[in-house]
Design a binder for this molecule. Structure first.
Ligand code: G4P
Length: 524
């Protein structure tokens, strides 16, 4: 492809993640999007992957039962002239640093909120990562077919809890049993709610009155909504494309994923404002354009043991520039080694097809025999490229870890070293006793760690839960070992930087009161 063709291809890509708290409706929405894209023909297909409890015995079993397979990690399909890449951000007990890192590989995010619950903890955490990246965030207020909270409250909460300005693209007419439709400010029409039927559109005149629909015009709920919309027009935020692009303003859509109401309206508007891939920053501070002719990309996630017989791993690469071609040779920045990319997959929702070509915005999965680490840059051409380092996230859960068999220290250390380097868990050592402590953002990371230690490094480990802790780094110059106690354990990270693991907020406040001059810092 020449630059012009590359640019055309890149501009069709829309790569995003759906962020939400479990049960807000992410799977249900994803399913509808896949239906629009013609990838699945029947609702329930994606849902079927997401099932109950899991046994710890086998990673494949974890995978099957929890539905965390490569095929559902990235979903690609074509819709309305665009090539869509949806990256999955697992929730619940599957929540892990990978969930955060996935957000490093997207160009925008869709935030799904249960309109009865408002903003929930996991949404907040994921939102903060998107905010830090400054990517556009679109909000879908779901479950309008049920009684929920006052729409004004919900929109207010975006501003007061998340600190992002909101622009309602539409406004509900009734809710739950009384749901009549949505007042679509953006398309200047009303979308009528007809359960089980295609929704019907009613145009509005310049005074916001329905054209040729007297019943709607006389409906009290419609009048209430009209008043609310006029209030929003006067006193609310203005629609501002620049602010959407920088993630300072979120367009808000109301709807119901379950009954497929408002989802298409949302998606069509979303695609209008969601960005195509933008230039990526290197460690040196240069920008690499998506339509640059040399290929580049970075590894944002490594999924291990897809097949226990082969022990292979898949490195997920976000392409940032150029064109990927099967069998091409690339340079791996960290080792300066040349690698041939022959064993590669792309991600269609239901099948794994061999990739032929892929461009910026697309995700490819490279079968890996241990060459890659999270954050690695690969590139072609003479000019070395290293993309900005992926951030480290503050772990919240901790365990003490030791080898079950003291005679097998060597394999224990080798396993820990490699898994920590790969980014599977974070490693700390206690300041005084040199005990190993692992940190993670989700329990799943420990389970995968334990499983892989046994299967890949033949090392059985003991893990003693320490529970939730608040990790805060302290300037080594300010540190006095006497500051530590059982309520704020002093540890070192793998770069030998000291930090405290506080038992809870109370313990941290107590510490701050006692040592007001000491600065404590969190990572992301
Ligand atoms: P998640 O991926 O964000 O965890 O949420 P998911 O789509 O699985 O939805 C969680 C539950 O909420 C499901 O019900 C789903 O049917 C329901 N749901 C999703 N969207 C809507 C909506 O717009 N309105 C209503 N009323 N419910 C919605 P469940 O009973 O937990 O599961 P299932 O019995 O449907 O499998």
């Amino acid at each position: 492809m020449n630059n012009q063709q590359l640019e055309t291809q890149d501009s069709t890509r829309r790569t995003f993640a759906i962020i939400s708290h479990p049960d807000a409706g992410k799977t249900t929405i994803t399913e509808h999007l896949l239906l629009f894209g013609g990838v699945v023909r029947q609702a329930g297909t994606v849902k079927a992957r997401k099932t109950g409890n899991f046994a710890k015995s086998d990673w494949m079993e974890i995978e099957q039962k929890r539905g965390i397979s490569v095929t559902s990690s990235v979903m690609q399909f074509d819709y309305a002239g665009k090539r869509i890449n949806i990256l999955d951000t697992p929730g619940h007990a599957d929540f892990s640093e990978d969930t955060y890192r996935t957000l490093m590989a997207v160009d925008s995010a869709v935030m799904v909120i249960d309109s009865a619950k408002g903003i929930e903890p996991q949404t907040k955490k994921l939102f903060q990562i998107c905010k830090m990246r400054g990517i556009p965030i679109f909000t879908f207020m779901n479950k309008l077919d049920r009684d929920g909270r006052d729409p004004m409250d919900l929109v207010d909460e975006l501003e007061s809890v998340l600190g992002i300005q909101a622009y309602p693209m539409n406004w509900p007419i009734g809710m739950g049993k009384t749901l009549t439709g949505i007042f679509d400010r953006y398309n200047h029409r009303v979308e009528l709610y007809k359960h089980g039927d295609e929704s019907q559109m009613v145009k509005l005149d310049d005074n916001n009155n329905p054209i040729n629909d007297d019943q709607l015009a006389e409906d009290d709920q419609f009048q209430d909504t009209k008043d609310s919309v006029e209030l929003l027009d006067m006193a609310g935020n203005k629609f501002d494309e620049d602010k959407i692009a920088t993630g300072d303003l979120t367009p808000v859509f109301f709807g119901s994923a379950l009954v497929n109401f408002g989802v298409k309206t949302f998606f069509d508007a979303y695609l209008k404002y969601a960005p195509a891939p933008s230039p990526h920053k290197t460690e040196e501070g240069n920008l690499i354009n998506p339509d640059a002719s040399e290929f580049s990309g970075f590894v944002f996630k490594i999924q291990a043991n897809m097949n226990p017989n082969h022990r292979d791993r898949i490195a997920f690469v976000r392409i940032c520039s150029g064109e990927f071609e099967k069998g091409m040779d690339v340079n791996l920045y960290r080792t300066q080694k040349k690698l041939r990319l022959s064993n590669v997959t792309e991600f269609m929702a239901n099948t794994r097809e061999n990739v032929k070509t892929a461009v910026a915005g697309d995700i490819i999965g490279l079968y890996d025999t241990g060459n890659f680490q999270i954050g690695d840059t690969i590139y072609t051409g003479k000019q070395p490229v290293e993309f900005e380092k992926l951030p480290q996230f503050t772990p919240e859960l901790f365990v003490r870890v030791s080898a079950k068999n003291v005679m097998k220290q060597k394999s224990f250390h080798k396993g820990i070293d490699q898994l920590v380097q790969e980014g599977a868990v974070q490693l700390y050592t206690s300041y005084t006793t040199n005990d190993y402590i692992l940190g993670a953002v989700g329990q799943l990371q420990f389970e995968v760690f334990q499983f892989r230690m046994k299967n890949e490094y033949n090392s059985e480990v003991n893990m003693e839960p320490m529970g939730h802790k608040i990790a805060r780094w302290i300037d080594p110059d300010q540190l006095d070992e006497k500051m530590s106690s059982s309520r704020n354990i002093l540890v070192k990270d793998r770069h030998n930087q000291p930090l405290f693991l506080f038992e809870n907020q109370f313990a941290m406040r107590w510490f701050k009161d006692k040592y007001p001059d000491v600065t404590l810092t969190a990572k992301l």
